[in-house]
Design a protein. Structure first.
Lengths: 111, 118
């Protein structure tokens, strides 16, 4: 089944630095979504980018999508300690609403 | 925004017992809900699609007799882990599609249920 591959698997940076996470996928998609998950908690939807969009911003988040390379990136600028979490990309499969998730990136922001 | 709740938030049970987890859409109706399982430090894996008024659709490798799903109303889906064993210990998360801004559909996730089987 299609699953997004994310890299890096873990990322540790200093507060204030930018964090970039990448997601690659295998087949055509209608959209790609990014979620955040704090340890042991539920998912928080961050941003959705459609297949006809190349870049999208939301606050300190910037998401890009390159459908020719089947990849997306999530950039968090001016990171804060509260950004420490796992980040997942997710894609709807077979045109349906069910999502397939990437393996996730564990982001740690050091104060 | 739309809210999805799960109950219980955590449960500990003995091996061999059955555990029921509820997923509710609080302020919207959901004819479809999804159940995911997440092992520690791993990603979410889709288990099944819960369909109101009909049988659930299970992903490959998920035992339907082990994980019973009932979607009895437009706001409630239940997942019952039957004869639970320690390897069933996991974080179970449900989601439901609902309308977001500008008429778009979005997935709303429950807070998850942590199951520990002793």
């Amino acid at each position: 089944s299609q699953q997004g591959e994310e890299d890096p698997q873990a990322l540790s940076i200093q507060e204030g630095e930018n964090a970039t996470m990448n997601c690659s996928y295998k087949t055509s998609i209608n959209n790609l979504q990014w979620y955040r998950q704090n340890s042991g908690r539920g998912l928080v939807h961050l941003i959705l980018i459609r297949s006809n969009e190349r870049e999208k911003h939301s606050g300190r988040l910037r998401v890009t999508l390159d459908t020719s390379k089947k990849s997306s990136s999530l950039l968090i600028t001016a990171s804060r300690a509260a950004d420490t979490a796992s980040y997942f990309c997710a894609m709807p499969i077979q045109g349906a609403q069910k999502l397939v998730f990437g393996q996730g990136t564990r982001l740690t922001i050091n104060p | 925004g739309a809210v999805v709740s799960q109950h219980p938030s955590w449960v500990i049970c003995k091996s061999g017992t059955s555990v029921k987890i509820e997923c509710r859409s609080l302020d919207f109706q959901a004819t479809t809900m999804f159940w995911y399982r997440q092992f520690p430090k791993q990603s979410l894996m889709l288990m099944a699609t819960s369909n109101e008024g009909s049988k659930a659709t299970y992903e490959q490798g998920v035992e339907k007799d082990k994980f019973l799903i009932n979607h009895a109303s437009l706001t409630l889906s239940t997942l019952t882990v039957t004869s639970a064993h320690p390897e069933d210990s996991s974080f179970y998360i449900c989601s439901a599609p609902g309308l977001a801004g500008r008429g778009t559909l979005s997935q709303y996730f429950g807070p998850g249920t942590r199951l520990t089987v002793l």
